[in-house]
Design a protein around this ligand. Sequence first.
Ligand SMILES: [Zn+2]
Ligand SMILES: [Zn+2]
Ligand SMILES: [Zn+2]
Length: 243
Amino acid sequence: MKKITKTILIICLIMFCCSDVVYAISQTTLENSHKIDSVTGWGFSTQKHHMGTKNTTYSFSSQGVYAIYNTYVTQGCALWGNNLSAVYSSNSSTAMGYIYTIYDSTNNILASATTSSTRTDGLTTGWSIKINKANFDSLSTSSLKNKTMAHEMGHVYGLKDLTLSTFSSQIMYGYVNSSMNVTTNDINGMKVVTEVHTHSGYYPKSYQKRDSSTHLVRCTICKSYIIENHTSLTNCTKCGYHN
Ligand SMILES: [Zn+2]
Ligand SMILES: [Zn+2]
Ligand SMILES: [Zn+2]
């Protein structure tokens, strides 16, 4: 049997889904009203969907796949604590998510996730996780397998891969490693994509000078921000900018 010599295994490349609806209203709100940067430590998926709730269900392509992989899915979800609730269903026609396997030794991808929506507000109505047995089955520990599934569930709910090495200990980092885990930053992002945390109405914020005409209004809970004009171009009462 061929040995895998690639040292860095990519957890996932987000797959674009051809069943995208025109535009997701709620996702537009997320993207346009609150932005992410290098300090947030989480990001929105490049797919136009997010879950908008903690609850989803999933099934497997076969009993055989269920028997091997459900433990990793369950334990991966458990790493997110009560921030998400994904429940196995034996009925694939009513479950929202579908988990299946392929065997492809020509790349170093462990698994990937896809979401779709048939709703006008763009919230996720369907998703799938594809596990690449060629790489996933060769992971050295069950902990790495659990973490890989926790990462894929992050995509399923609407979170993005992190590529900055600063974030290599977070579950949404794109390259599997033993130090990665669900951190406060990951949970902040999960709370936004499940809409447990939103920016409608009051939220605690801080102000940060940006340039001569604008400042950032940063949510002090999830650390995402919007850009706003100074209250005055000579002396801003919010961020303290003056010229
Ligand atoms: Zn990924
Ligand atoms: Zn926030
Ligand atoms: Zn200002």
